[in-house]
Design a protein around this ligand. Structure first.
Ligand code: ADP
Ligand code: ZN
Length: 210
C-alpha cells in the first residue's frame, strides 16, 4: 500500500505516518527528516536547504524531487511506503506521477490554522531519529527522551511562532491545491484531525480499510 499524508505543518502528518507505518509494516519517507538529516551530516544539499527551512520556505522542487526519487528506488519501498511531507507543490505531485509508483490513498488531515498555532508551541522532535512528540497530546514515556532511541527531544527552530505563520502561508498557497489535484484522481481521503492521536488514527483506518 502506497500512501501520501497531506495537511498543514503540525496537522499530525508525521505522527500518523509513524502509526500507519507500524500498522502496515511499511517505511515512512519524510522529506523534512531527510533534509534535517542531510543538514546534520553537513552535506551540500543540507547546507543549501538550511536557509529555506529556517525561514519556513519550501526547499526548491528539483532538490526534493531528486531525494524522493532516489529513496523510492530502494528495496524496502517495494512492499509499500508512506510519504510524509511530499509532495508539497503541484510540480512535485506531477513529478511523482511520472515516477513508477501507484498511490492508493492521499490522506488529507484537516486542522484549522488556529489549532495548528496552538499545537506548535508544544511540539518536540527527537534530535536523533526525528520521531515527533507533543508536550500535551503525545508525551514520551520519559520527559525529554525518545521512546524509540533514547535521543533528546528538542523544539525545532522552524516551530517558533513567526516561522509557523510563514509556513502556514506557504501551505495555503502551495500545498492546499494538492487536495483538488488528488480528488480529481479519486485518491483523496479527507480526515478531520483530532487532538487525540488515537482518535485520528481510528478515523484514518476506518476510511481506508472500509
Ligand atoms: P512540517 O510538515 O511540520 O512543516 P517537515 O518536517 O515536513 O515539517 O518540513 C520542514 C521543512 O522542510 C519545510 O518547511 C521545508 O522547508 C522543507 N521541506 C520538507 N518537505 C519539503 C517538500 N516536499 N518540498 C519543499 N520543502 C520541503
Ligand atoms: Zn528517537
Amino acid at each position: 500500500m502506497n500512501i501520501i499524508m497531506l495537511g498543514a505543518p503540525g496537522a499530525g502528518k508525521g505522527t500518523q505516518a509513524a502509526v500507519l507505518s507500524e500498522h502496515f509494516g511499511i517505511p515512512t519517507i519524510s522529506t523534512g527528516n531527510m533534509i534535517r538529516e542531510a543538514l546534520k551530516n553537513g552535506t551540500e544539499m543540507g547546507l543549501k536547504a538550511k536557509s529555506y527551512m529556517d525561514e519556513g520556505k519550501l526547499v526548491p522542487d528539483e532538490v526534493v524531487i531528486g531525494i524522493v526519487k532516489e529513496r523510492l528506488a530502494e528495496d524496502d519501498c517495494k512492499k509499500g511506503f508512506i510519504l510524509d511531507g511530499f509532495p508539497r507543490t503541484i510540480p512535485q505531485a506531477e513529478a511523482l506521477d511520472k515516477m513508477e509508483v501507484d498511490i492508493q490513498y492521499v490522506i488529507n488531515l484537516d486542522v484549522s490554522d488556529e489549532r495548528i498555532i496552538k499545537r506548535m508551541s508544544g511540539r518536540r522532535v527527537c534530535e536523533n531519529c526525528g520521531r515527533p512528540y507533543h508536550l500535551v497530546n503525545l508525551k514520551p514515556k520519559k520527559d525529554g527522551v525518545c521512546d524509540d532511541c533514547g535521543g533528546t527531544l528538542v523544539q525545532r527552530k522552524d516551530d517558533h511562532p513567526d516561522t509557523v505563520l510563514a509556513r502556514l502561508d506557504v501551505y495555503h498557497k502551495e500545498t492546499e491545491p494538492l487536495a483538488a489535484y488528488y480528488k480529481k484522481q479519486g485518491k483523496l481521503v479527507d480526515v478531520v484531525g483530532q487532538d487525540d492521536v488515537d482518535e485520528t488514527t481510528d478515523l484514518i483506518l476506518k476510511a481506508i480499510e472500509a
